[in-house]
Design a protein around this ligand. Structure first.
Ligand SMILES: *Cc1c(COP(=O)(O)O)cnc(C)c1O
Length: 358
């Protein structure tokens, strides 16, 4: 299967001269989630998970990076640069390697999940840790890109969102209609902006696909990093969901527009609720996403508890976007309490430790 730039070239700003840089991103699964649905009190057939952890570098960032790096190459860029909470850096590093471009990433020191740091290093990016949070690293990245004439591949780069909107096309195609609700995490708010752009474009060109109206966009932030809920920037954002640890989102206006136009909402969930959803996903559906990715599911659970929307009629289709892979963040799982079981290689010893659950 070709990557997103090739598959969706008709709706992307590319020409026959654009050199396509691809790792065959996109075409990710839209998985039914009947066990999770029943567990949270929904009819089994209405819940779907858009599994973006199955992208080449393990997050949805690859969709936008494929286009941003293709365009950078077309424009004769001397190298790319970004600030990142981790996944943008991992993706930028991989696509830069693929394109033969240099890559510099600025990371908030100590606040990036281990796997993402490892990815950036493995792909040969210049990794600079900044003593500060993501928002400060971004300010620095913007200055640096200007000063040294590098292509900034943060979501300020319009090609990022253009590439990311392809996920809306995939969801609609897979369901044969629009979902009724889409739940997703919100950090810099680029992804919710991009999905809404995609859905609106499909609506404009095809009308009500399969008879359904546009989806309601339901974006969720972590309680300690919820500027869109508070209506003002958060100076010291705090959450264990490091991918959405952002105090002043780049696409603030895009997110507000997406929820207002669609009749959705922006909410916040606690780190505890995020972790609970994260464990549910891993243990009842076999999907290991990173903590930030479970924020949309945590938001859905919270909406079900509030009962102010009818989310459980059997005809509905609800999509939760799972943005990145759990392997990126092994530390969160290891922080949980696991009993270490160590035995000599004898059946008798094995029986002793297994007996309670045989
Ligand atoms: C980037 C990212 C987000 C947040 O997306 P925004 O476009 O910044 O709102 C959420 N989860 C994961 C895993 C991410 O990498």
């Amino acid at each position: 299967m070709a990557g997103v730039v090739e598959r969706f070239r008709k709706v992307l700003p590319v020409s026959s001269r654009t050199p396509i840089v691809s790792l065959e991103e996109g075409s990710t699964p839209l998985l039914p989630a009947p066990r999770l649905a029943r567990r949270i009190g929904l009819p089994a057939e209405i819940l779907y998970l858009k599994w973006e952890g199955s992208n080449p570098t393990g997050s949805f960032k690859d969709r936008g990076m494929a286009l941003a790096v293709s365009k950078a190459l077309e424009e004769g860029s001397s190298g790319i640069l970004c600030a990142s909470t981790g996944n943008t850096a991992a993706s930028a590093a991989a696509y830069a390697a693929r394109a033969g471009l240099s890559c510099t990433v600025l990371l908030p020191a100590g606040k990036v999940a281990l796997g993402k740091l490892v990815q950036a290093l493995a792909h040969g990016a210049r990794v600079v840790q900044v003593r500060g949070n993501f928002d400060q690293a971004l300010t620095l990245a913007r200055q640096a890109a200007k000063r040294w004439n590098k292509t900034l591949v943060n979501s300020l780069n319009p090609y990022r969102l253009q590439g990311q909107k392809t996920a809306a096309y995939e969801v609609t195609q897979a369901l044969g209609r629009f979902p009724d609700y889409q739940f997703m995490p919100v950090g810099n708010a680029g992804n919710i902006t991009a999905y809404w752009m995609g859905y609106r474009e499909i609506f404009r060109s095809q009308g009500k696909v399969g008879g359904g109206a546009l989806p309601k966009m339901m974006g969720f932030q972590a309680q300690g990093a919820a500027p869109l809920v508070l209506g003002r920037p958060v100076l010291k954002p705090r959450t264990l969901a490091t991918a959405i640890r952002i105090g002043n989102p780049i696409s603030w206006k895009g997110a507000v527009m997406a929820v207002e136009e669609s009749g959705g909402e922006i909410g916040a969930v606690s780190d505890r609720e995020i972790l609970q959803a994260y464990h549910h996903l891993a243990r009842s559906e076999g999907i290991f996403c990173e903590p930030s990715s479970a924020t949309g599911v945590a938001g859905l659970v919270r909406c079900l508890q509030k009962k102010d929307r009818n989310l459980s009629s059997p005809g509905l289709r609800i999509v939760c976007v799972l943005t990145g892979h759990g392997l990126k963040d092994p530390e969160t799982i290891l922080k949980g309490r696991f009993r270490k079981i160590l035995i000599p290689p004898q059946l008798r010893s094995l029986e002793k430790v297994l007996r309670p659950c045989l």
